[in-house]
Every structure is written in structure tokens, then in C-alpha cells.
Design a protein around this ligand. Sequence first.
Ligand SMILES: C[S@@+](CC[C@H](N)C(=O)[O-])C[C@H]1O[C@@H](n2cnc3c(N)ncnc32)[C@H](O)[C@@H]1O
Length: 287
Amino acid sequence: MNKMVEQLSLNNYKQGIADLYNRRSKTYDDSNWHLQICRRLLEYSQVSYGHQILDIGTGTGHIVLEASRIVGNSGRVIGIDIAAGMLEKARDKAEASGLGNVKFQMADAESLNFPANSFDRILCANTFPWIENKARTLRLWHHFLKPDGLIGIHTPANTAYVGYIVFREVLAKYGIELEPSNRLGTLETCRNLFLNAGFEEIEIRTEQHGSYISLDKAKAAWGGNYLPTPGQPENTLSRLSQTQLQQAKAEFEAELEARQTEQGVWNDLTTWYVIGRKLDEKNAGKL
Ligand SMILES: C[S@@+](CC[C@H](N)C(=O)[O-])C[C@H]1O[C@@H](n2cnc3c(N)ncnc32)[C@H](O)[C@@H]1O
């Protein structure tokens, strides 16, 4: 398999994401959680024999590897990602499994270049929150889907990840708005986002993957673990004075402590699986 060095020219925000996942790539597969999500997405997107699949934000290739077996010899799966470290893991796994119908490319999901009507399925697991311009990018992906093809996206709901929810709430009191666009809002705004990009027959399945976590783990969401945020490249915490920072941190910790139970802190992980169809124009009028 081709292991040539690839390079992308990324803005600071996306370079931050690539750096984050290059660091995470070493331990990413230690947990089974992402694999489970990917398997569900494959099932809900009705991936089957012979399909041409595009996996966006493929990471260590969970979807690509699973899909490769389903689509068989007459199918093809392409996984794209901006993090070289994640792609390297994915390629190693595909090579070790001897998969001949898969390909990985280093590419930005927002500026892909495939012919129109190329794929039966476009899948995107655990990645959509990172997309900067979600409306425009969905329209681009719609273009790459074959008529009657399905898009399948997994994304956390607004309420997900207790540490970040409390972090966001506390910082809002200090005039700092975090993560404004890396959640999809209400079910209605999510549905409209996909409708406006041209998808139809939109189905959103809601599932709860939450669990109790330790107080320490919840507290780790404080700015030390700052995540890049779409449209907000710099670390916004630097806008606070030292006194404000200490005060905000104390409020953040107090709120999490107040949420602690004997089992730990409930970490909501409401997730949405959004499935939409690109209508075959011949049939569009008949529906
Ligand atoms: C949480 S991982 C998900 C990986 C895989 N889909 C899974 O569920 O295991 C998110 C991946 O999205 C990639 N990513 C984020 N923004 C991207 C973009 N604009 N274009 C391509 N990949 C991107 C990251 O590099 C990372 O590998």
C-alpha cells in the first residue's frame, strides 16, 4: 500500500484538529466506543454489496474496514482525513487485513474533489461537529452522491458531554461563547440543515450512549483540554484576566461537584444518526 508523505495546506483551526488527532492516533483504538458508533451508522445507512462508499473523517478507518467486507469485491471504499497519524493507522490495519477494495486519502472534507454522482453512500462518524461551514459542505457532499444514494452522519446532540456543557455555561457568564456551531441545535434545525442542502426523506434516530464518569474526568474538560472550535481559532480563555479565570474555574468545578452522585457524574451522550436521501430526479415528482 502507498505510504507516500502527503501534505495539506490547512488553516489554523484545521491544523489544530489535525494536531489533536495526530496526538490521539496512538491510543484512539484503545476504546471500542467509536467502532460501535460506526457499526450502527453502517447499519442505519443500509450499506450493502457492491456499494461505492465515501467515509469522511475516517480516522483509524473503522468504517472503511467494516464497509470493505460488506461491499465485497465489486464495491469500493474511500476514507479521507486531515490527520496523517490517523490515516497511517488506518492504512496499516487495511494492509494487515489484506483489503484490496479500500483507499485512503489525505483531504479536507470541505474541499473534496470527486466527480458528481460518484457514491452510493457518504458516511461521516464522530466528525461532523468539526466542519466549519456545515451548510456549504453538505451541499458539496450531496453533489458527490449518486441519485437515490444516502448520506449517514453521526453527531452528538446539544446536550452531550457534561464537562463541555458546564464549561460552556460558565464561560457564557463571562461573555465567551464556546462551541457555537459545533452542535446542530434542535432536531428541527438539524432537519432543515439537511433539507436545505438538497437531501430528502430525512430520518434522525436519537440514542443515548451516556454513562457515569468520575468527577476528575468531568473536570478535565476545563480549558487545559481546549478544543479547536469552528470559527473561533484562538484559545478564547486568554481573553479572561487571571482573577476571572480562577473564579470561572471555581464555578465550573462547583457545578460539576453539585452534579456528582454515588455513581459519579452523569455524562449525557445523546447522539443523532441523521440519514438523508438524494432523490433520483426522475422519481422526485412521484413522491
Ligand atoms: C473522532 S475522529 C472520528 C474517526 C472515525 N470516523 C471514527 O468514528 O472512529 C474525527 C476525525 O475527523 C477528522 N477530521 C476533522 N475535521 C476534518 C476535515 N475537515 N476533513 C477531514 N477530516 C477531518 C479528524 O482528523 C479525525 O480523524
